[in-house]
Write a protein that binds this ligand. Structure first.
Ligand code: UT7
Length: 441
């Protein structure tokens, strides 16, 4: 990138990493010595062929500039109603001391609006931040596992809200990793040339299908949303490398019974859920998966832990984050934390933490970021992201949610009252379903 605007030698923030990458690559293939990578690049531009007369032919190919997917806009939409640990203790056998010491969480948000409304506000803010007109959007990727409806999809609801009439609209559901899987999807489509401008959303509205009688899960989750704008760029920005994975053999450790077609026609009221949640097993798998993925992306790009400027991890539990960060050889002061204030917002945690890191000035021009995550499935991933030059918004949107007429506790108690009036849960229907892992045995 040397020679491109803003990337002259004096300001070349990628120079140390690139030097190592080039040294590594050249060391493996450069017969002229590790110090000078030029012959390697010359060789990589050559195509060798043996002609029909047995002669060696060398063809020199032109290398087209690589297209990247730069993150040029960001915006969040957090519902205003706050549910504290003390609120939870009014109807659950729990207390602030247990929740804080086991999870790091102090409060979370409960939404009074639909997920699509949160996503639309966040996407409007991200578009204004990027200075991009909704009419110029080619793609909307909606990462979530708590869709307002199954059919039609949720991304189409955002498309109409934004008046982004030229955009394709798709949902991605890999549970808590949905935003990052969506980031990979949109980045790959930009790199391939299929689209140029995309919005990627991470949103979750968990409160309507939470089992509010189960203290093992009810204290952990919250609602929220954030979005980013991706735009084609020739600068080496956005996702530089990712590792995507799934420990499917452990998929039964996190299941929300009562959501999905498997539960249709079984006398189940939608919203009446039973959570299978093996916290300790998920904890172990989460630390293992996130650590393995983080190591893999660093190795892919020849990046050392000390080259990482900021870690923006999935926020499921402070202890999980601490373990992953320690294993990666990074200090906690390089980690963006929101878990205390928002709990686990599944797909929304990473983008909300990213937006807040920008708002707090923790993302510097050219910063190198690591984003590890895991979720039901058990999906896991890690992304290595290079930030661009701009860390401030181009513009601001006046999009706002309507004020909440009720407190978070009133909303939750409203859900609990509706469930109670329906006569409690329909256990038989929730339990008798046969799952994919059973059919495979
Ligand atoms: O994004 C993916 C979502 N999944 C996760 O993030 C889950 C990862 N797992 C975890 O974060 C932790 O395993 C939890 C926070 C869920 C649980 O922490 P833990 O240290 O593994 O506790 P535990 O499950 O071993 O439970 C310890 C005790 C139990 O009591 P006994 O059997 O020792 O008497 C639980 O019944 O704590 C009890 N307990 C609670 N006590 C007060 C469980 N939930 C609560 C609660 N309040 N809310």
């Amino acid at each position: 990138m040397a020679g491109k605007p803003g990337y002259d030698g004096a300001q070349d923030w990628r120079a140390p990493v690139r030097a190592r990458e080039e040294e590594g690559a050249a060391g493996a293939a450069n017969p002229f010595g590790r110090g000078d990578p030029a012959p390697f690049f010359f060789l990589s531009a050559c195509r060798f062929q043996i002609g029909h007369n047995g002669a060696l032919k060398i063809r020199i190919t032109r290398q087209d500039p690589m297209t990247y997917a730069a993150i040029t806009g960001w915006g969040k939409c957090m519902p205003p109603s706050v549910l504290t640990n003390a609120d939870l203790a009014t109807f659950l056998d729990t207390d602030d001391e247990w929740i804080v010491s086991r999870t790091g969480m102090k409060e979370r948000r409960i939404s009074h609006v639909s997920a699509i409304e949160m996503a639309t506000v966040a996407a409007k803010r991200a578009l204004a931040c990027a200075g991009l007109d909704a009419a110029d959007l080619d793609l909307i990727v909606y990462g979530s596992c708590s869709n307002d409806e199954q059919v039609p999809n949720s991304a189409s609801g955002v498309q109409i809200g934004l008046a982004a009439h030229h955009a394709g609209a798709m949902d991605v559901n890999t549970a808590c990793t949905s935003f990052l899987y969506g980031l990979s999807t949109a980045s790959a489509m930009i790199r391939s040339g299929a689209v140029r401008n995309a919005v990627v959303i991470g949103v979750e509205l968990i409160s309507p299908y939470m089992d509010w009688s189960n203290r093992g899960v009810a204290v952990l989750f919250g609602d929220g949303c954030a979005a980013v704008v991706l735009q084609a760029s020739e600068r080496e920005e956005g996702v530089l490398a990712e590792k995507l994975g799934c420990i499917a053999e452990a998929r039964q450790t996190l299941r929300v019974r009562g959501m999905g077609c498997a539960y249709a026609n079984r006398n189940i009221t939608l919203g009446d859920t039973l959570w299978d949640f093996d916290g300790q097993e998920i904890f172990k798998r989460a630390v293992g998966g996130m650590s393995q993925a983080s190591e893999a992306v660093l190795a892919k790009r020849g990046v050392r832990p000390e080259d990482i400027d900021l870690v923006v991890p999935h926020q499921a539990n402070l202890r999980i984050i601490e373990s992953v960060v320690k294993r990666a050889g990074l200090p906690m002061d390089k980690v963006m934390l929101t878990v205390q204030r928002y709990g686990n917002m599944s797909a929304a945690t990473v983008p909300v933490a990213l937006v807040e890191a920008l708002e707090e000035g923790r993302v510097k021009p050219g910063a190198l970021m690591l984003m590890p995550a895991f979720g039901a499935g058990l999906t896991f991933c890690a992304h290595l992201v290079r930030w661009g030059e701009r860390v401030t918004p181009i513009g601001h949107s006046d999009a706002e949610l309507p004020p909440s007429p009720r407190s978070a506790l009133e909303i939750v108690n409203g859900v609990r009252a509706i469930r109670a009036a329906q006569g409690g849960r329909s256990d038989a229907g929730l339990i008798s379903v046969e799952y994919a892992e059973a059919r495979q045995r």
